[in-house]
Design a protein around this ligand. Structure first.
Ligand SMILES: O=c1[nH]cnc2c1ncn2[C@H]1C[C@H](O)[C@@H](CO)O1
Ligand SMILES: [Zn+2]
Length: 356
């Protein structure tokens, strides 16, 4: 099944550039750029280290592992290489459209300007996308514990015609509510720009409520805790609270990342992940990787885990994929073209093959 899932034309909306490096590349870049704090210099050991260190049950501990990936991404060449390889790796996994995010403010330690950071990454995505047949849009992230969101929002608008398709905030959620960055979100709305907000991962409903009702988020990063607003009683159909009903009624996309959520403690296991119920209730659920390196995963593997846990078939996987494409920060005509010209025919072929 995994091989077939790899062949399916997939869409990925939530993937961090600094969470998806190849271990071999980290080792190379550390050597080239003089970064001497890696926990291991053998790629296989490094791969294991990331997976284990990320498996703590705490988002804060999980985020500490990014010190090492961000540490080696401080030159234009390094950023371009990482972005190129990201496009290549996603294409090889059968992803046809991806939105990949990172925080430019974390890549200026060696003197790069924010503009230089963005241009280096865009170059990597453009070249990687062209060579490997995938379209990659960029989301610029501001770190929620810092105070640079307005600057980063302006950066996203500056590069909107060059491949930057939106904005996001990320980092530790508890103690850093989205409203801290309200001015940035209001600015983006005035600019008719798109944004998503990490919310409802390590903090509950108030974070989701603020993200949508105060900040005007187009999508929710994770959003798993929306489950807290859904009451389930034996023998009765689930009851949606006002916020959960709003999210479903308005078709607000949920960027769900099953493996990452298990690692940070946002979900107990894949089988107990709220995605099962949310999909049954027809929330606009999408499936994502978050950080392929930290979770040792790919989008195909995330789908395969869900197939195992929830017995999903091709129709479910296509539904998640079409949801993702509908929710992309891309023009309506381009979304339609990918849905009708690539996704539907690709899935039809796989369904036909598995029946014959
Ligand atoms: O799942 C996440 N929640 C909150 N922040 C995250 C998550 N994954 C990565 N980040 C942070 C760490 C990265 O350095 C930053 C930009 O990609 O975003
Ligand atoms: Zn994330």
């Amino acid at each position: 099944m995994l091989d077939d899932i790899r062949r399916a034309p997939k869409v990925l909306l939530h993937d961090h550039l600094d969470g998806g490096l190849r271990p071999e590349t980290i080792v190379d870049l550390a050597r080239e750029t003089g970064y001497d704090a890696l926990p291991a210099t053998d790629p296989a050991e490094l791969r294991t280290w990331f997976a284990e260190a990320s498996d703590s049950g705490s988002l804060e501990r999980y985020l500490e592992t990014f010190d090492h990936t961000v540490g080696v991404m401080q030159t234009a060449e390094a950023l371009t290489r990482v972005a190129y390889e990201c496009a290549e790796d996603l294409a090889k996994d059968g992803v046809v459209y991806a939105e990949v995010r990172y925080a430019p403010e974390q890549h200026t330690r060696n003197g790069l300007t924010l503009n230089q950071v963005v241009e280096a990454v865009l170059r990597g995505f453009a070249e990687g996308g062209r060579d490997h047949g995938i379209r990659v849009g960029t989301l610029l992230t501001a770190m929620r514990h810092q105070a640079r969101s307005m600057e980063i929002a302006e950066l996203a608008v500056r590069y909107r015609d060059e491949g930057v398709v939106g904005f996001d905030i990320a980092g530790a959620e508890a103690g850093y509510p989205p409203t801290r960055h309200l001015d940035a979100f209001e600015y983006l709305q005035r600019e008719n720009a798109h944004f998503t907000i990490h919310a409802g991962e390590a903090f509950g409903l108030p974070s989701i409520w603020q993200a949508i009702q105060w900040c005007g988020a187009d999508r929710l990063g994770h959003g798993v805790r929306i489950i807290d607003d859904i009451g389930e009683r034996e023998g009765e159909s689930p009851r949606l609270g006002r916020l959960a009903a709003y999210v479903r009624d308005k078709r607000i996309p949920l960027e769900m990342c099953p493996s990452s959520n298990v690692q940070t403690g946002a979900a107990k296991s894949i089988a107990e992940h709220p995605i099962g119920l949310l999909r049954r209730l027809y929330f606009r659920v999408t499936v994502n990787t978050d950080n392929r390196l930290m979770s040792g995963t790919t989008l195909s593997e995330e789908f395969a885990k869900l197939v195992e846990a929830f017995d999903y078939g091709w129709d479910d996987l296509q539904w998640f994929t079409v949801n993702a494409m509908k929710s992309a920060f891309l023009g309506f005509d381009e979304r339609l073209e990918l849905i009708n010209g690539v996704i539907k025919p690709g899935f039809a072929q796989l369904k036909w093959r598995s029946h014959s």
